[in-house]
Design a protein around this ligand. Structure first.
Ligand SMILES: N[C@@H](CCC(=O)N[C@@H](CS)C(=O)NCC(=O)O)C(=O)O
Length: 216
């Protein structure tokens, strides 16, 4: 059976758990990282030399680490072409959004706003950097709003891997005490995501245990 290591409060673990839920893959979840530790043991480091979650081990012993690599593996091996298309053109569109999310949105929102604002104790916050990243996120989400004015999901008519990393940001983005622009189409897409039980179960996880805490 597929095994998944990671703590449920981890953003990167949530992406993987959400897709596993969408695909209905039988699995065993093993809490790891944060208060659960276990990521600096020789056994864990043999799977992921960087000692980070998420990590999966499939039933045949295949080990994969890095959340986006795991998403692609699971979609290719256990999913339908709907999640990560066999068509190179559509696949490239999905990959573009996934990579943009990891290299542009994630540093601005997860690092700049979620860590810089929510997870940093008030006295230590860099207010100018937070404001810059909040504005950058507003710009990103306004661009996304234009895309979503033309189609219901990031990759087109159906939920695909393009929605997973981006959608995992939204519960946190909409539940932080920050200024947000008017983004009605992003909100409509977020409504669609909230109708999915796997999203509610794995992504809409209260994160108040992380408030003002810079450690894992
Ligand atoms: N680029 C990696 C990042 C992995 C990562 O930094 N994971 C964090 C949790 S989000 C971690 O393992 N932190 C240590 C801990 O939770 O103890 C990925 O996308 O999987």
């Amino acid at each position: 059976m597929l095994q998944v290591w990671g703590r449920r409060s981890s953003f990167n673990v949530q992406k993987v758990m959400w897709l596993i839920g969408e695909l209905g893959i039988a699995h065993q979840h093993i809490p790891a990282g944060g208060q659960f530790g276990a990521i600096d043991t020789p056994e864990f480091l043999a799977m992921n030399p960087h000692g980070r979650v998420p990590v999966i081990r499939d039933g045949d012993g295949t080990v994969v680490w890095e959340s986006h690599s795991i998403l692609r593996y699971l979609a290719a091996r256990h999913g339908s072409a709907r999640y990560w298309s066999d068509n190179p053109v559509h696949r490239a569109e999905i990959d573009s959004w996934m990579d943009w999310c990891q290299t542009s949105l994630q540093p601005a929102f997860l690092t700049g706003v979620f860590w810089g604002f929510y997870r940093t104790p008030e006295a230590k916050r860099d207010l100018a950097a937070i404001a810059k990243n909040v504005a950058l996120c507003a710009d990103f989400f306004q661009r996304l709003d234009q895309l979503l004015s033309r189609q219901p999901f990031i990759g087109g008519q159906f939920l695909s891997l393009a929605d997973i990393p981006l959608g995992t940001h939204m519960y946190r983005y909409f539940n932080l005490d920050i200024v947000r622009p008017s983004i009605p189409h992003v909100e409509a897409w977020y409504e669609l995501l909230q109708q999915r039980s796997a999203f509610r179960e794995h992504v809409m996880v209260p994160f108040d245990e992380l408030f003002g805490r810079l450690d894992y």
